[in-house]
Design a protein around this ligand. Sequence first.
Ligand SMILES: Nc1ncnc2c1ncn2[C@@H]1O[C@H](COP(=O)(O)OP(=O)(O)OP(=O)(O)O)[C@@H](O)[C@H]1O
Length: 465
Amino acid sequence: MKETMKNDKPLNRLKILFADDEAALQELMSLELPRMGHEVTVCPDGPTAVAALELNTYDCIIVDLDMPGMNGIQVIGKCKELAPDTDAVVLTGKSSFDSAIAALRFGAFDYLTKPCKLVDLKALLHRVAAKREWVNKCRALKHQLERLEGKTELVGSSRAMDQVRKLIQKVAPTGSTVLVLGETGTGKELVARAVHQQSLRAEKPFVAVNCGALPESLIESELFGHRKGSFTGADDHRVGLFEVAHGGTIFLDEIGELPKSMQAKLLRVLESGEIRRVGDNNAFVVDVRVVCATHRNLPEMVEAGDFREDLMYRINTFELHIPPLRERLDDIEDLASHLLRRFLPTLKAGDTCFTPEAVQLLEKHGWPGNVRELANVIEHASILCDKAPITPENLPQRLSGRIKPQLTRARIAGPISLRDLEMQAIHEALDRHNGNKPEAAEELGISLKTLYNKLNQTTALEKSA
Ligand SMILES: Nc1ncnc2c1ncn2[C@@H]1O[C@H](COP(=O)(O)OP(=O)(O)OP(=O)(O)O)[C@@H](O)[C@H]1O
């Protein structure tokens, strides 16, 4: 077994294991692969290659299919067992074309026919490197998302949350359309993610779309894609989110905000399973599970003529109701501790997170913004406290009653951040409109999108204050 290293490290450098019984090819690869910027270990046969795979991990193995002792397919099999992330490329003579196809079916990335041109090998390795870079980017993004959103862990030991968890377990594997109902910030998206993660589609994409935050003119192209030139501004072909979610789940949040014209188009897609890109004549089939959510009362919207009855019956096959936080006081301390760990990851398992007085204040509050409001409050506290446990002084003043709920200038007694005032105004407006965000946004004189942004925003302002 010979190893050839190269010191300069290009971005797409691969650690390669090359196995072939032809001495001339071994010589060539130990020279040329480093020239292409890769690191290579050359093996003369299958057993030596497997021994190397047992000792080291490689980005890519290039194996001859016809080697004495152990053929290429057996080496790939062993490689998939030892290091499933390693990409395999097979080298094959013209006569063993069928075996090359078999190797692809066995999970090989690609094959090259002997005698292979160096330029083809270089291009193929470039594709391997590009694919690995994408996979790594996806992993990094997934990790970042988990850090930002926390894991899909439904916290709460109240009877209501137990019931929600049981229903998720039942419906998740079925593939049925699910409608998640609950006030703003109750955890509807988290529940939708849990449905996806406990389903057979868990390894496929979960795509969340906020129907309320998309401008009406763009919704159709966002969901179904468009052809280049199909409307002013369509400078490129675009893949829609239904296509992105193929094999997985699409989460249509705030389905009640979907304009009437789009409701009809969505119904057609749900009934036929086919989508048509804007400006395209051909429809094609997608395999997507649909989970919807809304804080609106859909039967009332149907009554008022704002939501199609047929669409409502199409999406409400299985309803999951998430109760507001004020109706599950038992969950507040668990949730608050869980959220505090999100902001203070150094907290240890046995650490006390809150003083009993702080817990009392949290349990007394009405939480019109539900768990999202609680998350903001806990982030605020995590910034102010030097160390756990959180005390009442670390909590925003509106919770301790130091600021009265009505926002009149005369009544503001102590110091208050602009962010607190803003959030208070938003939650009060939501309260007045029973959680109806479009109406609250209108009253506040901001767009619906801005309202969503503000609700989702972490308390970055407080951090910098
Ligand atoms: N049971 C729970 N356990 C852990 N975290 C939760 C729970 N419920 C909600 N959260 C957290 O609260 C925040 C808001 O949740 P989510 O976005 O799922 O609410 P939502 O009901 O979809 O909100 P909206 O109606 O505004 O779209 C998120 O950070 C989420 O992780």
